[in-house]
Write a protein that binds this ligand. Structure first.
Ligand SMILES: Cc1cc2nc3c(=O)[nH]c(=O)nc-3n(C[C@H](O)[C@H](O)[C@H](O)COP(=O)(O)OP(=O)(O)OC[C@H]3O[C@@H](n4cnc5c(N)ncnc54)[C@H](O)[C@@H]3O)c2cc1C
Length: 526
């Protein structure tokens, strides 16, 4: 008897939904099994306090691949991305550094700090743009294995060589530097304004237990440069309704193509028959059968939780065991009775419609990291803040606001563990630090939610709460993600694939792993 489904997708995170949508679009019978009561994984919105809606985890969009938006016609399914127009970095001396989307305004502001940096800025932007363009095609490709002589790998390597050759010598050398340097050292070569170097280098430390002076962080900076919105490179935006509306739009597209989506359907294990994945067994014992299975869970959960190491080759098991998670990012979500009033730029100006970065200097970030190195959370953390209700007023009751604070470092294995008291102590460190720049903040807070890596693990199900399903560090990128020889969405189990952020090209609300995995499955005959 044929299996009732062609494919089972384990997990309804945005990548699982993208995979389901592409498979269903190709005419396959697909079911998504999501353990939680809602889809979206780390890309979800929730009304945590009456009237106040939060993007509880991920909060801004940029990396979502344009081809996915097009192929799935996501605007028709409700996706609406509103641009974030600035980044404000308040400084300890009462001044600030602002970066504006408007070119002339930005140049004037930079020149206020350094004429040299104002000059270098355009050139830097161009260099990053060119490198992003060269690296961007890699996001959509199955990483070729440089150690393989298989025709497909050799063809992939030749294509790769073509992308790099197209960069020209200077940009290629710069790309090599980006791949090997720390973000602080790399930015030192371009700029002198401390706050500018710090704010830019902060993109390099997001999601990693590394500091801005750790080698390899410059590449993560490029990863964050690869986003685009409506063809504008490097633009960050805010999804109307929060990041849950990104997942809702993808789910709606998947359903439109005929995919079935079941929530509150936790999978206990992948069903194996003669070494092949033939379905999934739910925690309640129900069995579902399919021609192929794809897991949106992270590599550790997939292989050790859903498959079992006894079914896997020993070297593969070792590789997955070594794959580093080390969650370090936290969120503090605030419901506010009034807007924060920044001493450096008082009032409700346009700066409150953009991002606010607490990154006054590279030393500040490195000190925040120092504490995490020894198992403590940062007493004065790095923060990336947005006030979504300034862009989408429906997120909060009239006259009130929601504030989303992404904060580092809050190491998963903090000394003594994440007790309730320690979680709140971290929340206090975040609020106290921010209140130094916006003194009315404490008075403005109506409600507060603190989300640590332990909470991310518990709620979203990501091992060690790493926001990217495993650090985006060079030793676990591209043909090494999650392990060498198995970075092609396939796994050592026939018929079992991976489509989560633990596979190439990694985390972020990007959809690329989901799309690439679905295309690999279709090529594999699922
Ligand atoms: C705090 C935080 C802030 C972030 N900020 C941003 C940001 O602003 N912008 C950005 O681009 N990215 C951000 N990210 C990263 C981004 O959100 C993630 O990389 C991405 O959402 C992961 O998507 P995914 O589909 O691969 O996995 P997930 O979202 O983790 O989805 C996996 C799904 O699988 C389900 N699942 C797991 N096991 C089972 C099982 N046994 N049975 C059934 N279902 C199962 C889970 O419940 C979950 O729904 C952030 C992440 C976090 C946590």
């Amino acid at each position: 008897m044929p299996a009732p489904y062609d494919a089972i997708v384990i997990g309804g995170g945005h990548n699982g939904l993208v995979a389901a949508a592409y498979l269903a679009r190709a005419g396959k019978r697909v079911i998504v099994l999501e353990r939680r009561e809602r889809v979206g994984g780390a890309a979800m919105s929730e009304q945590i306090f009456p009237g106040f809606t939060f993007s509880v985890f991920s909060y801004v969009v940029s990396l979502l691949r344009p081809e996915i938006i097009r192929d799935l016609d996501l605007p028709r399914h409700g996706l609406h991305i509103l641009p974030l127009e600035s980044t404000l970095t308040p400084l300890a001396n009462g001044d600030y550094l602002a970066q504006w989307n408007d070119h002339d305004q930005n140049r004037r502001e930079l020149a206020r700090h350094s004429a040299r940096d104002a000059e270098a800025y355009d050139e830097f932007g161009l260099a990053m743009h060119q490198m992003s363009r060269a690296v961007k095609p890699l996001l959509g490709m199955v990483p070729p294995d440089p150690a393989s002589l298989a025709p497909r790998d050799l063809a992939g390597l030749a294509r790769l060589g073509g992308y790099f050759r197209g960069l020209g010598a200077d940009r290629f050398h710069a790309l090599h530097k980006l791949l090997t340097m720390s973000s602080a050292d790399y930015l030192d070569e371009w700029f002198e304004t401390e706050a500018l170097k710090a704010t830019k280098s902060a993109s390099g430390i997001i999601g990693t237990l590394l500091g801005p002076r750790s080698p390899g962080t410059a590449y993560v900076l490029l990863h964050h440069y690869m986003g685009e919105i409506d063809g504008v490179f490097r633009a960050w935006g805010f999804a109307k309704g929060g990041n849950g509306s990104v997942s809702a739009a993808i789910a709606s597209a998947a359903r439109g193509f005929g995919a079935e989506i079941r929530t509150e359907a936790p999978v206990a294990k992948v069903l194996l028959q003669n070494g092949r994945a033939v379905g999934a067994v739910l925690e309640n014992g129900e069995e579902l059968r399919a021609g192929g299975v794809v897991s949106n869970a992270d590599p550790r959960r997939t292989f050790f939780g859903l498959v079992g190491d006894e079914h896997l080759p020993a070297d593969f098991v070792d590789g997955i065991r070594r794959f580093r998670f080390r969650g370090t990012s936290a969120k503090v979500n605030l419901a506010l009775g009034e807007l924060p009033d920044f001493t450096c730029l008082p009032g409700a100006g346009p700066h409150l419609r953009g991002a606010i970065s607490i990154s006054p200097s590279v030393d500040y970030l490195e000190r925040a990291y120092d504490q995490a190195k020894y198992g403590e959370f940062s007493r004065r953390p790095y923060m990336d803040i947005v006030i979504p209700s300034m862009i989408d007023p429906a997120m909060a009751p009239p006259g009130k606001h929601v504030m989303s604070i992404f904060a580092q470092y809050a190491p998963y294995d903090v000394n003594g563990g994440w007790t309730d008291a320690r979680r709140e102590a971290f929340g206090d460190a975040v609020v106290d630090t921010l209140a130094e720049y916006a003194p009315n903040l404490k008075r403005a807070i109506l409600h507060r939610q603190v989300v640590t890596p332990a909470d991310i693990e518990r709620v979203v199900g990501i091992s060690e709460g790493n926001i990217f399903h495993g650090e985006l560090s060079l030793q676990q990128m591209f043909f090494l993600r999650p392990v060498p020889e198995w970075a092609k969405y396939r796994t050592p189990i026939d018929g079992l694939y991976q489509c989560g952020s633990g596979s190439h090209p990694g985390g972020g609300v990007m959809g690329a792993p989901g799309r690439n995995a679905a295309l690999a499955m279709l090529r594999g005959g699922v």
